[in-house]
Design a protein around this ligand. Sequence first.
Ligand code: GLU
Length: 299
Amino acid sequence: MCGIVGAISKHQVAPLLVEALRRLEYRGYDSAGIATLNRDQLDRRRATGKLVNLSDMLVHNPLAGTTGIGHTRWATHGTATVENAHPHSAAHVSVVHNGIIENYKELRAELASLGHSCTTDTDTETVVHLAQHHLNQGMDPVAAVDATLARLEGAFALLFLFEGHADLLIAARKGSPMAIGLGEGEMFVGSDAIALGPLTSDIIYLEEGDRAVITLAGADIVDASGAAVTRPVTRVSIDHSQIDKQGHKHFMAKEIAEQPSVIAGTLAHYLDADHSPLDGIDFTQIDHLTMVACGTAFW
Ligand code: GLU
């Protein structure tokens, strides 16, 4: 599962975005990239392989800007190449995406007939061209995102960056998590609160179907019906052992070694005599139990 990060700051965001992506490395990825507004123009750097390839590139070819988005990709459509790596950009908009746009083939054909040709193998590129198409029709960024979201089928989290709008990121969640971090005079976005750990502890989790307009002044959120909503601010404390390999060769080895403590922690949570989440459940009424897991967890 890949990662999304974003920031609006008074400081240079490229180092901060790479650091936040590093905290999502445990999720796995095949390429990475960031885009910023560099003197109000969209600019980006992308690299295949480990995040160190991107950070090395930034040493030799830095990326200025105080607003930006970043991504670690786990390819679903198109191989792990620089061209397919996110962020994807059109003339005035850049986007990072987790998940799958299921109707991308129809959208691609429609966009081609409108004069927007996709140059990558990804499903994501249709999102950025759709948003650009709506901008070309005179919509502002928020209207362009809403018109774009209305056309997308599938499960996704999306984060948009617009040229000429340094105080704006737009996030959307449908089937894939997204969190907003409230900093001091800064705003952050992450597909996982872990990414935002060193930056802020005050997190707003978007709910299914939410779309958020994020500026330095805060986050304006609407739900799936378009109604303005307030989501609670949660104070999150991140345990650093969650995000480093703790001497293990790779994250999978760490996860395997952690199984006894994870199971003990989970049982302790559910068997807590004072506040068990299972209180009130009458187990005599339950005649079967379904366990859901995937990958190595399934075994
Ligand atoms: N479907 C998109 C792609 O293949 C996003 C994959 C992801 O979630 O990293 O680029």
